[in-house]
Design a protein around this ligand. Structure first.
Ligand code: R5P
Length: 285
């Protein structure tokens, strides 16, 4: 049975269809004091496996996930599998100053208590899987980012905004069929400001595809797009696995003149053109 968190309803439905498993009836309500109550309304006693699909975009998503795990256990389900299409707090994978928590570890510990297995999609660092107690694996959705690209890309360049995401650029290039791969050098100045040093690759009059694991504020991508514009790139396509697109990020990128902004349904929103359901279904079969 597939159990959906509030932020993953469309992905959970696609996954249920791909696996030919029923989709649970989940209710979410609030008490007068604001506390959340997520419940599974179906009888689960004879269910062998509950797959809880919950992108943890907000703090409420986290809490809801813990409640759904507990409800499944309480109902006597044989195996509880937790799918975190997008794992919130994963980028806080170290303490940057004394006194700070390793938030990704804290979240992983909490999630671990209610599950037998964890599956996630392109976390910022794969090592985050080690923070979970039960077996945790990360699937790679990068090749699927080639799906929405037009077949007629002109002498394309596949770029990542920093060295850490160049494997995503390579995967998209390989899935598309060919082209140059390179990356920019990025220096982060603040939570929203980054500085991008362009690579030496020639982009003038060529189609460029810039890909990253996540677009959050859009600061990184906007800088990359501005550099490409100033260097005379033809069309610029922007892709990412996790289209978080916080605040005005979508507008910011649209105004920068990109041809298309797309991502996957690990986070559901205006740019979720690619479904990771087939990839997750493979990993769950
Ligand atoms: C950082 O290394 C990540 O790969 C992304 O480049 C970054 O998190 C994107 O954040 P933003 O959209 O806020 O610049």
């Amino acid at each position: 049975m597939i159990v959906s968190g509030s932020s993953s309803q469309s992905l959970a439905a696609s996954l249920a269809a791909a696996l030919s498993e029923p989709l649970a009836d989940v209710s979410v309500s609030h008490f007068p004091d604001g506390e959340l109550l997520a419940a599974i309304e179906d009888g689960l006693a004879s269910v062998e496996r509950a797959v809880i699909v919950a992108a943890t975009v907000s703090s409420d998503d986290h809490l809801e996930l813990l409640q759904l795990q507990d409800a499944a256990r309480e109902a006597g389900v044989g195996e509880v599998v937790t799918v975190l299409p997008y794992m919130g707090y994963a980028r806080q994978d170290r303490a940057f100053e004394a006194g700070q928590p390793v938030s990704a570890r804290a979240v992983a510990r909490a999630v671990s208590t209610g599950t037998d297995r964890v599956l996630t999609v392109n976390p910022h660092e794969r090592a985050v899987c080690d923070f979970f107690d039960p077996p945790a694996t990360a699937v790679d959705a990068a090749p699927a980012l080639a799906e929405p690209l037009p077949a007629d890309l002109d002498d394309p360049v596949f770029l990542s905004p920093d060295a850490g995401a160049v494997d995503i650029a390579e995967a998209v290039r390989d899935a598309h069929g060919g082209g140059t791969v390179d990356y920019f050098e990025k220096t982060r100045r603040s939570g929203t400001e980054v500085e991008i040093a362009p690579s030496d690759v020639a982009v003038a009059d060529r189609d460029v595809v810039v890909v990253d694991d996540i677009i959050a504020t859009g600061g990184t991508m906007s800088e990359a797009v501005a550099v490409l514009e100033s260097r005379g790139a033809a069309r610029t396509f922007v892709g990412c696995v996790h289209p978080l697109l916080a605040g005005a990020a979508y507008t910011r990128l649209s105004r920068a003149g990109v041809e298309a902004i797309y991502g996957t349904d690990t986070i559901e929103g205006p740019a979720s053109a690619v479904s990771v359901a087939p990839i997750l279904a493979d990993a769950l079969e």
